[in-house]
Ligand binder design. Structure first.
Ligand SMILES: NC(=O)C1=CN([C@@H]2O[C@H](COP(=O)(O)OP(=O)(O)OC[C@H]3O[C@@H](n4cnc5c(N)ncnc54)[C@H](OP(=O)(O)O)[C@@H]3O)[C@@H](O)[C@H]2O)C=CC1
Ligand SMILES: O=C(O)CCC(=O)C(=O)O
Length: 415
């Protein structure tokens, strides 16, 4: 069986859009590969007293539209190819919503669930030191991703600042409010998913009130989306995390489910519902499906069984190109990751701007600015897809790649 490789998938998506744009081979040659790939092996002392050498990565895909931007992931499954794919998707994401950044991503191979808080802090501080040769408030600005959060960002900001000799809040985003974080960043990814889904629902004439929603992943993006869609009047019929899934056709209360997860470690054992497998949540009867876990979940093997009319990709890379073809044929509307989950990086951009000017905005200002950007990007992508009679992923990639190519062309290539 072929092993799933996210970078191969990202390149495949890129080539599809490049073909449609009739992009020159020279430009493809530049945009296909990341600009920088840093691998670091660094020692971390565990609480037992033993030292373990950890491996981490920071990849900058493209910086022609601005500094590199993208999250840091902690997981046993992190690979260089995964980080390269995620960095490329960040480039297209920032371009599709029109914020002045290039794309980057980072990760450390580790199992954070098996580490204590002090082990995590030591690992984060040493990793930050190792990648400090490439990150900075004007060069490359990390943020949270899978298994990292505002506390990890605070340690990163503090470590970078210790080396600088003064506080550099703009070196990372997704920080706690008390050290230069932004209102709205915590729920920004989920808010962007809601804004784009509202737009999609209007387009196909589906009322959100009463719509059945199934979610895969119940972390920052997934649990936030569950709460916001529930508040919008949707019925949350299925949820899942890495331990399993839960289905209840009468609807779940996401706040109660979250409380249960805090105590018991998983949503799967919440008593009011029927246990299902993780892949099952993708194919249960629902109107809106929100994949909010990791890559390669909707494939040619299960795409036909997906029942949702709208698939709003909170996760990066949840759908393979083969599955895209099946979903488009079926008439499912996929709001692609680089658009659906771009609320996170957009509010990160607001955080960075606020940090650089040391002047902070309130939540109303953040949310209304975010809504304007997300709606504008959604409409541009939907129009592009209509124009070319293609799915929204191809439309979004075409828009994004043409913007990055234009910036690359106009800056010129050093002879
Ligand atoms: N945080 C952000 O701002 C942004 C995140 N994203 C993307 O959203 C997705 C989720 O990120 P985020 O919510 O931040 O991460 P979190 O670590 O907060 O949550 C991840 C969730 O996915 C679950 N999960 C992990 N692996 C699997 C698996 N193999 N099968 C099923 N469930 C799994 C986790 O389970 P458990 O709870 O058991 O660990 C957890 O519930 C990622 O693709 C990320 O890149 C995109 C844009 C911004
Ligand atoms: O907020 C950011 O800078 C990036 C978040 C992220 O990693 C993502 O959008 O995938």
């Amino acid at each position: 069986m072929q092993v799933f490789n996210p970078y191969d998938m990202a390149v495949q998506q890129f080539e599809l859009a490049a073909d449609k744009l009739e992009l020159s081979e020279d430009m493809r040659e530049i945009l296909r590969k990341p600009k920088r790939e840093l691998t670091v092996n660094f020692p971390v002392r565990f609480d037992s007293g033993r030292i373990k050498t950890m491996t981490g990565y920071r990849v900058q895909h493209n910086v022609n539209r601005g500094p590199a931007k993208g999250g840091i992931r902690y997981s046993p499954d992190v690979t260089l190819d995964e980080v390269k794919a995620l960095a490329m998707w960040m480039t297209w994401k920032c371009a599709v919503v029109g914020i002045p950044y290039g794309g980057a991503k980072g990760g450390v191979i580790c199992d954070p669930k098996d580490m204590t808080a002090s082990e995590l802090e030591r690992m984060t501080r040493r990793f930050t030191t190792e990648i400090s040769i490439v990150i900075g408030p004007h060069s490359d600005i990390p943020a949270p991703d899978v298994n990292t959060n505002s506390q990890v960002m605070a340690w990163m900001m503090d470590t970078y600042s210790m080396h600088a000799g003064f506080s550099v809040p703009a070196v990372v985003t997704g920080k706690p409010l008390s050290i230069g974080g932004s209102e709205g960043r915590n729920e920004a990814t989920a808010t962007g998913v809601l804004f784009t889904t509202r737009r999609a629902a209007q387009r196909i004439g589906m009322p959100l009130k009463g719509a059945r929603v199934s979610l895969q992943g119940f972390g920052n993006a997934g649990s936030g989306a569950a709460r916001l869609f529930h508040a919008e009047g949707c019925k949350i019929v299925a949820v899942s995390d890495s331990a399993g899934g839960l289905y209840n056709e009468s609807g779940l209360d996401p706040v109660a489910v979250q409380r249960h997860k805090l105590v018991h470690g998983t949503v799967a054992t919440y008593p009011q519902g029927q246990r299902v497998s993780i892949p099952d949540v993708l194919t249960v009867p629902c109107d809106i499906l929100i994949p909010a876990a990791t890559e390669g979940m909707i494939t040619q093997h299960n795409a036909e069984q997906v029942q949702a009319r709208i698939i709003a990709e909170a996760a990066n890379g949840p759908t393979t190109p083969e599955a895209d073809v099946i979903l488009f044929k079926k008439g499912s509307l996929v709001i692609p990751d680089i658009l659906a989950n771009a609320g996170g990086v957009t509010v990160s951009y607001f955080e960075w701007v606020q940090d650089l000017q040391s002047l902070f905005w309130d939540n109303t200002e953040i949310t209304s600015r975010l809504e304007v950007i997300m709606n504008k990007a959604f409409d541009a992508v939907a129009d592009q897809a209509d124009l070319y009679n293609c799915d929204m992923r191809l439309g979004a990639n075409m828009l994004a790649i043409s913007r990055v190519a234009e910036a690359t062309q106009i800056r010129g290539i050093y002879p």
